[in-house]
Design a binder for this molecule. Structure first.
Ligand code: GLN
Length: 505
């Protein structure tokens, strides 16, 4: 009864969409379908490439809702830099992709547009499509991953703050690339946690990811965290000595902490298959240890929530987005206030109505972590863990981090395993059933999904999740469901990382 009209509209659009019987409409991947007449006609290297844009990336020709009631009626007055670059290169947009509200979530269930349904829900059995129980497409870039997997577009832009590209890529069986922090512009991308947010690419194959990346990976003066050209160059040069087509001399580290007790046996098998391939192509496998990994998840959720609580403050019902006007007070206060609306009531009503439960939870958590009396124990502590995680990576990589060369711990240099890339499962299990997705009152279960992806985010490192199907598994949970294997490299090695991933896939 208290659902505002725009939310009711969204909910009914969703239920109509999910009743469609064909695979495309029942996936609920796109929340806005682009108008064909407005399709770009610019000649460029991306002619003929169709792209879906995650709905937290601003587009002037399509709405940007961030899957939130707060922005349900919002269209940005300008395009994000990445959108501009793609458009100028001749790409055409199919629409905006569903996501978790403001990027917060791992299962794409926190969305005013309804959950995204994993396109693998249907299975070809003796020539017939058999519906299986619906599974999550993963999040928060679930719409982007599902749109690619269901063949609605060649590629999709997503954002990855703690795993939001890699996790849905793993669940949906597509390639997901999270770049080094600061290589792709965040100008026009709605902020969740600025020190972690990255725009990245999802596609069926690595070659398509590379085509888009060569267009959007560019220094942007409008992004204050964009890394300057000299530092990009330095990192690139440190990695380009490899002979294409051969993994001879390349050292792949297998971090022992990335095989935690939560890891399902179905996740192990694809990883071992990839390791076998790496070996057969001449690569050297090296067991390594990244001892701070177990603390990364907690540190991530403190830092991401703290930054989110500050970013969400701009949705105040005054400047733009939803505004819920409370009834003027008739009773209290002196006569001059009677009949007036208190601005604090506007804030409170707007924010309680517009934000969904997960966003509200993060605002509370983050605000608490930043309070004067909790700051040292929570936020500062999380920042310390972030440094330790970064030091762990620097200790095992052959090449130093081009951004902070001076900060490498000297005492461990002689023992470094000198690895080029790390290899590990992307997720602890295949796509979870939607019916089992915890709600906001639920346990920490959802957060555990990110345990293997957040360390690279905290350190700002590039990562590619490659799809491997767990076909040989006969158990209920595996049974052909896709699983991702991640390759992670030192900051700035993106080009080599993508080449290696392409040759491996
Ligand atoms: N699942 C993580 C979170 O909810 C990561 C989200 C993301 O990468 N955008 O914070």
């Amino acid at each position: 009864s208290c659902t505002p009209p725009f939310l009711r509209r969204c909910i009914s659009v969703h239920s109509e969409a999910s009743q469609g019987r064909d695979k495309k409409s029942s996936v609920n991947a796109l929340v806005y379908v682009a108008n064909k007449e407005n399709a770009a006609v610019i000649q460029g290297p991306l002619n003929g490439v169709s792209v879906a844009i995650k709905d937290n990336i601003c587009t002037a020709s399509m709405p940007t809702t961030c899957s939130s009631g707060m922005l349900a009626d919002f269209t940005s007055p300008y395009d994000a830099t990445v959108v501009d670059l793609l458009q100028n290169a001749g790409a055409h947009f199919v629409g905006k992709a569903n996501c978790d509200e403001f990027g917060m979530g791992s299962l794409n269930t926190y969305s005013i547009h309804g959950p995204v349904i994993n396109p693998f829900q249907s299975k070809l059995d003796k020539g017939k499509w058999v519906d299986r129980e619906q599974r999550s497409a993963g999040g928060s870039s679930g719409g982007s991953a599902a749109a690619v997997a269901a063949g609605m577009c060649d590629a999709a832009l997503g954002t990855d703050t703690g795993g939001s590209i890699r996790l849905p890529a793993s669940y949906c069986g597509v390639v997901g690339y999270k770049p080094s922090y600061g290589l792709i512009s965040r100008h026009g991308v709605v902020s969740f946690a600025d020190s972690l947010d990255c725009v990245g690419i999802l596609a069926k194959d690595v070659a398509t990811v590379q085509r888009l990346n060569s267009v959007i990976s560019a220094f942007d003066p409008r992004d204050p965290t964009a890394l300057p050209v000299e530092i990009r160059r330095k990192a690139y040069d440190a990695y380009t000595t490899r002979t294409p087509g051969s993994f001879e001399g390349i050292r792949f580290g297998i971090p022992q902490e990335y095989f935690p007790s939560e890891l399902s046996p179905t996740a192990l098998e694809p990883t071992s298959r990839v390791l076998e391939t790496l070996k057969s192509l001449g690569g050297t496998l090296v067991p390594v240890s990244l001892p701070s990994t177990p603390y990364a998840l907690s540190a991530y959720y403190v830092i991401a929530s703290a930054e989110a609580s500050s970013n969400m403050a701009r949705y105040d019902g005054v400047q733009y987005g939803l505004k819920v006007k409370p009834e003027p007070s008739a009773l209290e206060g002196d006569a001059s206030n009677r009949g007036k609306v208190d601005i604090r009531d506007i804030y409170a009503q707007t924010r309680s109505t517009g934000f969904g439960p997960e966003v509200r939870k993060r605002i509370l958590l983050g605000t608490y972590a930043l309070r004067a009396d909790a700051f040292d124990n929570y936020f500062q502590q999380a920042l310390r863990v972030r440094h330790l995680v970064r030091d762990d990576f620097n200790r095992v990589f052959r090449v130093p981090d081009a951004r902070f060369e001076e900060s490498i711990p000297v005492e461990t240099d002689c023992n470094s395993p000198d690895i080029d890339f790390l290899v590990h499962p992307t997720a602890i299990c295949p796509a979870p059933l939607l019916s089992e997705a915890p709600n906001s009152q639920g346990s920490l279960d959802t957060y555990v999904q990110d345990v293997l992806t957040v360390p690279a985010s905290l350190a700002g490192l590039p990562a590619v999740s490659l799809p491997v199907s767990s076909e040989s598994d006969s158990g209920e949970r595996g049974d052909g469901w896709p699983m991702g294997v991640s390759i992670v490299g030192q900051w700035g090695c993106d080009e080599t990382l993508l080449n290696v991933s392409r040759e491996l896939a």
